[in-house]
Design a protein around this ligand. Structure first.
Ligand code: G6P
Length: 607
């Protein structure tokens, strides 16, 4: 996730407005920043790695001539956060500049073709193919707008882009596919931005660009066209009533709920990972003597779920270990044949890095899964994958958890393929379901939001909750418990359902809320038995079920329905979402701030 901004003014300097707008978009990414402006037919560019304020101190971002320009604040997806990878990116002749938010899936092939035609690339980004492709199209005789249009037909993936060029010095061309882009309209000029807060101080009149649309903006007008068949689109501006604070959260009251709702988009982005890295990592895992999955907090729960995936799909035994325990628990067993797959959203959790460091010293192979390119974990990993969730502001991990699960499921499937452990049909079915996950999660969140509100109201004064699941759902239960505990301060318990008889069942008395995670998988029959045990002792049953599971519905006092039927290994991705909502609404009901739970930090950098 990155933030982009463009502005075409009737008069005055664009640079200070771009700088101010990028500050408003900083929540979308903050590892590098850059601006381009045009003045008297010359393109000026300033960019560098670092936070906006740091770069501004060095370069003075306001001191650029021209009343037209574009800007970008970056959250690296391809290429580490170095100056050369910062946007804007340009063509060979520096006459076309582009800022981009999204992922160009087919950039490697396009880059190869363009390099063969003599184009010189300066960065490691996927974005840089865009200005070069526009340049190449112009060489074939197209004008700038035609060349941008043709380029958009060639690239695959997600994008919001803004293009600035000396060839059309009074125009910005922007376009959108799956990454947000909004046009702002005022008396002084026209703007385009990833998000409304960027231009809210300038205007509250906004035109929301839809997927597959291109817009041509000038200081006094805008035109919208469809990319596919170049049909004009008539769309009047809407008046936005949000305050600046509301706008930053896109109208949601907290970042946590905004991030819960972002999960379908994040899951879509996990489907755009480069095959190269997935295959490479799968090969390392396949060849490992033993595999340790090392992580803390929510990332550990992703590892717990992954251990079921690797075993079930690839017949690969893995050891999920809490990173702060790793050295004591497994230390002496680590050797040159060991592979450590460290999972850390931030890539900076001290305990995880300490475990990795220890294992490296014993010559183990380090693999990393993280959300932050350039983080410490990426620097020590032999291979790393970036989970593409974009920055997560809420302290409680939500979207980063489901993205990790999606990546880990894809990895398990790759290892399964290498090992020839599951049949062709099953692989295809799983791949198809992984593709469907964003839609299933989207429907599940929408459907369960009102239910979670209602359950939270009814259960807000409960002192304790019990979460139970079997198989991979026991990992979902652990994560659901963590969410409720850390956000709503309800000291909850989670167990594999079979283990509940060995102690925790003694807690049950009439009205005790027990949450069962019940996908329609192999464990379902047994879990029904566990529900009956709890009911017999007067527990109140709240279940998360597959849509239309009438039997478990009839045993439940409350239920959340997941919108779709899923193979067992993918269930945590959808089944956790109603319970994220429950934790969120419990916190809200209790008057707590879910974004900032007391005593917790987003990234724990102490032992
Ligand atoms: C903290 C955060 C959690 C996170 C954990 C691990 O406890 O509050 O949300 O799951 O650290 O962080 P990591 O960045 O390593 O995934």
């Amino acid at each position: 996730m990155c933030g982009i901004f463009g502005c075409v003014l009737k008069e005055g300097k664009a640079a200070p407005l771009i700088h101010a707008a990028l500050k408003k978009l900083e929540y979308r990414g903050y590892d590098s920043v850059g601006e381009a402006t045009l003045f008297n037919g010359v393109m000026y560019i300033k960019k560098d790695q670092g936070k906006i304020d740091e770069v501004h101190r060095e370069l003075n971002l306001d001191d650029m001539e021209g009343s037209i320009g574009i800007g970008h604040t970056r959250w690296a997806t391809h290429g580490a956060p170095y100056k050369v990878n910062a946007h804007p990116h340009t063509d060979c002749a520096n006459r076309i500049a582009v800022v981009h938010n999204g992922i160009v899936e087919n950039f490697l092939e396009i880059r190869k073709e363009l390099e063969a035609l003599g184009h010189e690339f300066r960065s490691k980004t996927d974005t840089e193919v865009i200005p070069h492709l526009i340049e190449e199209n112009m060489k074939k005789g197209m004008n700038l707008i035609e060349a941008v249009h043709e380029t958009l037909k060639t690239i695959r993936g997600s994008y919001a882009i803004a293009v600035l060029s000396v060839f059309e010095p009074n125009t910005i061309i922007c376009a959108r596919n799956e990454s947000p882009l909004i046009i702002g309209v005022s008396e002084e000029g026209t703007y385009c931005a990833s998000d409304i807060p960027a231009f809210l101080p300038l205007t509250n009149k906004a035109v929301i660009l839809e997927n597959g649309e291109i817009a041509i903006i000038k200081s006094d007008k805008y035109e919208i066209w469809t990319i596919e068949d170049w049909k004009p689109v008539k769309r009047e501006p809407e008046v936005i009533k949000w305050t600046a604070e509301m706008a930053e959260k896109q109208g949601y009251p907290h970042f946590m709920i905004k991030e819960i709702y972002e999960q379908p988009r994040c899951l879509r982005d996990t489907l755009r990972l480069q095959d190269l890295y997935l295959d490479l990592m799968a090969t390392f895992l396949d060849r490992a003597g033993e595999v340790f999955l090392v992580a803390a907090g929510t990332s550990y729960h992703a590892c717990l779920a992954a251990s079921y995936m690797f075993s079930d799909l690839a017949f690969l035994a893995t050891h999920p270990v809490i990173s702060s325990e790793f050295i004591e628990q497994e230390g002496m067993a680590v050797n040159i044949n060991s592979t450590i797959l460290a999972v850390s959203q931030s890539g900076e959790t001290t305990d995880t890095l300490a475990a990795v460091d220890y294992a490296r010293n014993r010559a183990a192979t380090i693999l990393g899964l993280t959300n932050v390119v350039g983080s410490s974990l990426t620097r020590v990993s032999r291979v790393y994958i970036v989970q593409q969730s974009g920055p997560e502001i809420g302290v409680a991990a939500t979207k980063t958890f489901t993205s990790q699960l999606s990546v880990l499921a894809q990895l398990a499937l790759r290892v399964a393929k290498i090992r020839g452990k599951i049949g062709h049909r099953q692989i295809e079915e799983l791949e198809e379901k992984i593709r469907q996950m964003p839609d299933i999660v989207e429907k599940t969140i929408k459907k369960n939001d009102p239910v979670a509100r209602e359950v939270a109201k009814e259960f807000r004064d409960k002192q304790v909750f019990f979460f139970l699941g079997r198989g991979i759902s026991s990992a979902t239960a652990q994560e659901a418990r963590l969410k409720l505990m850390e956000i709503a301060y309800v000291p909850s318990i989670a167990y594999p359902a079979g283990e509940s008889k060995h102690g925790p069942i003694s807690l049950i008395e009439p009205g005790f809320p027990v949450v069962f995670i019940c996908p329609k998988d192999e464990t379902r029959k047994t879990i029904i038995g566990n529900i009956m045990e709890m009911k017999a002792r007067g527990a109140t049953i709240i279940s998360v079920i597959e849509e239309g599971d009438e039997e478990i519905k009839s045993l439940s006092d409350k239920y959340f329905e997941v919108a779709g039927s899923l193979p067992e290994m993918l269930t945590p991705i959808a089944f956790i979402t109603p319970l994220q909502l429950l934790a969120y609404y419990m916190a809200v009901e209790k008057g707590l701030n879910p974004d900032k739970p007391r005593n917790l930090a987003k990234s724990v950098t102490v032992k």
